[in-house]
Design a protein around this ligand. Structure first.
Ligand SMILES: NC(=O)c1ccc[n+]([C@@H]2O[C@H](COP(=O)([O-])OP(=O)(O)OC[C@H]3O[C@@H](n4cnc5c(N)ncnc54)[C@H](OP(=O)(O)O)[C@@H]3O)[C@@H](O)[C@H]2O)c1
Length: 296
């Protein structure tokens, strides 16, 4: 099968990337239980052609960025690294808001330092960290800071994460938005309105929790679903692979970033890009049971 890529700024990335969040310790806090295993996953990901890695300063904090730099720097040509700003961790590991302009700037500077980069290819403004109420900092000020950082050459593209359709519409009136990263998957389709808006505007859509997230037992729930199981059996594939192949069929600028700390799961997930689902499969998959809302 031809190598399918999607262009994002000056890079073209393959359809399935890598979410690095599971490389941090339990609760996405502190070092991984097995740092050598985490290093091996990163090394193998790039060997297998991964050219889109999703990370964040809040993973650890700093731990995942530092592992990525330790293992992969100097980075291969064409590797796109994306980070997220808008939140931080307190000393106990709790997720707290960090969305004031000076905090966004500090987080980007910290990403640049820990990832050993001069420019982060794609930086998402993550909405809603550390509280569900409205953010006291106007969206225009937050996006304005990212625009300044882009103009300074420290940020390549600006993205938006955990955004509603209204958030995205408002953001598009302020700055060009290259990608949206929201929770979405075969068992959680609540974000369809945002996906539709991305299709209309040609914006890349990066679903997080593409396997339903380990926090809510997603992969196991997918494996227990009879509709997924029947399509998986037909293709001699796993339930996780069918969930990823389903995502790819939803939009030609859909870029899932399944996360894993396991070499076997990494290989399995990347191989999902080669599973061709037909109309019959997609009809069967309409019967998949909802997994329930994500936790983050
Ligand atoms: N923007 C945001 O607010 C936000 C929030 C959450 C996550 N993210 C990003 O999105 C990425 C994906 O989310 P996620 O990693 O939480 O969720 P996910 O990809 O839906 O699920 C990951 C979990 O599933 C397991 N898994 C992975 N591949 C598997 C397979 N083939 N079979 C069975 N289990 C498998 C992993 O465990 P093993 O380690 O055992 O494989 C991991 O615990 C993250 O890594 C992160 O980069 C962004």
């Amino acid at each position: 099968m031809a190598k399918q890529t999607v262009s994002l700024g000056d890079k073209a990335v393959r359809r399935i990337g890598f979410g690095a969040m599971p490389l941090a310790g339990p609760g996405v806090f502190g070092p991984p239980k097995d740092p050598d295993a985490a290093r091996a996953v990163l090394r193998r990901a790039v060997e297998l052609g991964v050219d889109h890695i999703d990370t964040a300063q809040v993973y650890g904090p700093d731990v995942v960025n530092e592992l990525i730099a330790e293992v992969l720097h100097p980075y291969p040509d064409g590797l796109l690294i994306a980070t997220k700003v808008g939140g931080a961790r307190d000393a106990t590991g709790a997720w707290i808001r960090a969305s004031r302009p000076e905090q966004l700037r500090v987080t980007v500077e910290q990403d640049l330092r820990t990832l050993r980069l001069d420019r982060i290819d794609l930086v998402y403004l993550r909405l809603g960290v550390g509280g569900s109420g409205p953010d006291p900092v106007p969206l225009a000020d937050r996006l304005g800071t990212l625009t300044e950082l882009r103009d300074e050459g420290k940020v390549g593209l600006i993205g938006l994460s955990a955004a509603s359709a209204d958030d995205l519409k408002a953001a598009l009136g302020i700055a060009p938005i290259a990608a949206v990263q929201n929770a979405y998957g075969i068992g959680n389709r609540a974000d369809e309105p945002v996906l539709e808006l991305c299709r209309e505007r040609g914006i890349a859509y990066v679903p997080y929790y593409p396997l339903g997230s380990a926090f809510t037992g997603g992969p196991q729930a997918l494996a227990n679903d009879p509709a997924i199981a029947s399509v998986a059996a037909k293709h001699h594939a796993t339930a996780s692979q069918i969930a990823l192949a389903w995502l790819l069929a939803r939009y030609d600028r859909m870029l899932p970033i399944p996360g894993t700390s396991s070499l076997a799961h990494l290989e399995e997930n990347l191989a999902a890009a080669r599973i061709p689902l037909d109309e019959d499969d997609l009809n069967v998959l309409e019967k998949v049971r909802p997994l329930g809302p994500p936790v983050l």
